[in-house]
Design a protein. Sequence first.
Length: 155
Amino acid sequence: MVNNNLFYKRNHFNYPALSYSNYWLPINGIVSTPILLSMEDILQLPSKTILAVLECSGDKRNLFEPKVFGEQWEKGAISQGYWKGVPLRTLLELSGIREGSKEIVVEGYDFGERTDLNEVFTYARSLPKRRLSILIPLLPMNIITSQFRLNMVIH
């Protein structure tokens, strides 16, 4: 278990200024009923707690040959902690994910410019539909993170 003060922190842009009162989670796309959940709504849903290792995909990037774009992490962008959250499957079942969907796109509140592009964009990642057992870490128990919003669009 990693001490809170030693848990690695990585973000692509500045942390958004959010609170429980202005945190919203929209779920839309290929769903039966698009929904908009408040933090209070999310806290009323059944949650799970897991012990998980979190590693930045750029861990030890400084050792890559040839060099690649991105933060040149040395060793240490890996930590273990307890995470508590509502399973992604639960959230998607509320909106009625439809047949034909293939992936879930998760988009954060944070945004900014990249040094290799001349435009502003939000931080986003996708997850194949077949991986729905993954938890969304909404309420970390042993580390403090900034609050964030996830925009889920089903493709």
